[in-house]
Design a protein around this ligand. Sequence first.
Ligand SMILES: [Fe+2]
Length: 329
Amino acid sequence: MKTTLQLPYQLKGFLELGDAVIITDSHHIILEVNDTYQTITGFERNKIIGLKAGFIKSNLTDQSTYTSMKTSLKQLIPWSGIFINRKKSGELWHSSITITPFQIGEDLFFIGIFRALEQLEEGLYLSENKKIEVQRELLKVLAISCEIRDPGTEEHLIRVQELTEVLIKAHNKKNNLQLEPNYINNVIHSSILHDIGKAGMPEGILYKPGALTSYERKIIEMHPLIGADILNKMSKEINYDFIKSMEVAENIILYHHEKWDGTGYPFNLKGEEIPLEARIVSIVDVFDALTTRRPYKDSWSKEKALTFIDENKGKHFDPSIAETFISLF
Ligand SMILES: [Fe+2]
């Protein structure tokens, strides 16, 4: 949409600011940008005037940021937030922006003033990628330290995480579930925590070769509850933004041994009562356990384990996720 509006002289002073400045009409069509904007983004003004200001979006900014921006600006209230845009070079540009609506006569304008977050003092801001990286590492350390007694643990956890990533993405695509990228990432990161409750299990039972007594089985079946307890204690202690949202992790820890037909533990949940994230990790966890050799058991071949999953779909496993899983091989 081209605009016929000219930049009013009252707004020209904003272009002299040292920060990157963009001025748009009421439809967010760019009327003018200043030199700093051009230097930082690499886009020349005459190539971008007339474009929508969002042409620079990276798709990494949370949708909720745009929603809150639109809500404020519609009511002519200035808005501030954080955008992750993409420079001409392809590099990401994390910036804090304040957008101020300006009514001049009949016409409405928006002035956007950016401040690059990379310029802020170190420690004040973590980019989204860095945040994800830190979260991933933190959860991995926690998971491994809880299960350090078993030498094969680290490899098992990493394989579970990798397979969870492949499965959830494939299942989302195949069934057009339109799962939020944030949710998908959360499931992938949290999958590594599924067995943290094993930290509270006596070794003699955990690695006992052969059959367990019913008493020993009862103890093992407590590991989801103990795991959720560990997670809750930890998230109370560490109150950083990136581990605040622990619901997905808690669901995986609590429900990864529930079965589709209601015969699992600890709550005998049935079908879709079991959260999706737990139904996904359950299949991956069983598959990896079956195909891995442990001191107390032999490994199964991939084919045999897949047959097991196929035979148990609708019993142990969500039939639709089981089908997606089998189709991956
Ligand atoms: Fe488990």
